[in-house]
Design a protein around this ligand. Structure first.
Ligand code: HEC
Length: 150
């Protein structure tokens, strides 16, 4: 009480205001440091987008709709979802010959792009989870490694 009176007397308003603050100063609350949990699927999709933009977009287009009758669509592709192993094999080693995507026949040639297993997994996770495509699981480099050329 003494201090308060002196404060008011000497410096007036400023200290009077800080009084209330000072009396209630507490130890700063220490919040637990929560490091963001890495999400392997989200990270893979992010890397996959870079690969897609660089290598795949020219043929399959930015929105994944392809260019019928030459380049099949990836967005909403029934082929991709129903023939996942075949699709990954195609991305990994290249693919040619007749396939039917969403009721349309394609008979083209996709060159091998020389991606490693991790890159193939990343770009596959990207196309499986973009443009409205959804896939519950995650494609791993190990899964890609197990897919051999036919
Ligand atoms: C030079 C053009 C070209 C590039 C570049 C290309 N593709 Fe393809 N892609 C094709 C063609 C053509 C087919 C159909 C091949 C066939 O007829 O057998 C195809 C087929 C596919 C299929 C299976 C069919 C479907 O529509 O679901 C997938 C999946 C695919 N491509 C993904 C990719 C990914 C991912 C990349 C990049 C890493 C890529 N493509 C780059 C031309 C290309």
């Amino acid at each position: 009480m003494m201090t308060k009176l002196i404060s008011i007397a000497t410096t007036g308003l400023f200290l009077t205001i800080t009084w209330g603050g000072l009396s209630s100063v507490k130890e700063p609350t220490k919040l637990p440091i929560i490091s963001p949990q890495p999400d392997p699927k989200a990270e893979s999709i992010k890397r996959g987008k870079l690969i897609y933009d660089e290598l795949c977009m020219t043929c399959h287009l930015p929105s994944g709709e392809g260019v019928a009758p030459t380049f099949p669509p990836l967005a909403g592709s029934d082929y991709l979802m129903k023939n996942l192993t075949e699709s990954i094999r195609g991305i990994k080693y290249g693919q040619k010959g007749k396939i039917t995507v969403n009721g349309k026949t394609y008979d083209g040639n996709m060159p091998s792009m020389g991606l490693n297993d991790k890159e193939v997994a990343d770009v596959t996770n990207y196309i499986l989870n973009t443009w409205g495509n959804t896939y519950k699981g995650i494609i791993t480099a190990q899964q890609v490694a197990n897919i051999k050329k036919q």
